[in-house]
Design a protein around this ligand. Structure first.
Ligand SMILES: [Zn+2]
Length: 184
């Protein structure tokens, strides 16, 4: 368009191929739309998914999180939301969009899979606590538990306000994969 005095032929070719590209995308879009209802209805029919898990993004723990869920007989039976900092991520006033996305996804999980339980799993030595709160808590596990406990319980309070029938579990994992339940 900037080169209106230039090569007409080249210009038309460009337009043509971009229109073809659009058609290809439109076709893909239709396929996705057709498949979505099947993917959604299968787990609901099986009645196998009742849990929504929130964890941090930390790569060191992903395999251990999966092992933990498998140990609770929940393998491939949970929806999983990932936010840096887990409870802190959902409550982070420096990143309000994260909290919005979190609550939106809680609603989607409830609508699609009728989840009845939210498991919030924080973890020790979490980089998000350093990045957002400037707190390096790894050297003081009791203080670390206290600080995580504040965010975990705050998130549970809000979750209960929004979804009174939602069961909420609060957990902290250490870097070896050991999981403690928050006793509050
Ligand atoms: Zn983390």
């Amino acid at each position: 368009m900037e080169h209106s005095t230039g090569h007409h032929h080249g210009c038309c070719q460009g337009e043509h191929s971009s229109r073809r590209g659009f058609l290809k995308l439109a076709t893909l879009g239709a396929g996705v739309t057709l498949m979505a209802p099947m993917m959604v209805s299968r787990p609901a029919q099986a009645g196998g998914v009742d849990t929504l898990l929130l964890t941090c993004m930390d790569y060191r723990l992903m395999a251990r999180v999966a092992e933990y869920m498998e140990g609770r007989s929940l393998k491939e039976k949970y929806d999983h939301i990932v936010l840096a900092g887990a409870s802190l991520g959902a409550l982070n006033d420096k990143k309000p969009a994260w909290g919005e996305a979190f609550w939106d996804e809680v609603e989607i999980a409830r609508d699609l899979h009728h989840v009845k339980r939210l498991i919030v799993m924080d973890h020790r030595d979490c980089g998000a606590y350093k990045a957002f709160l400037n707190l390096d808590l790894a050297a003081d596990p009791r203080r670390e538990s206290d600080v995580h406990g504040q965010y975990l319980t705050k998130l549970r309070t809000i979750a209960k306000q929004r979804h009174p029938d939602l069961e909420v579990e609060l957990l902290i994992m250490d870097l070896d994969g050991k999981v403690e339940t928050l006793a509050v």
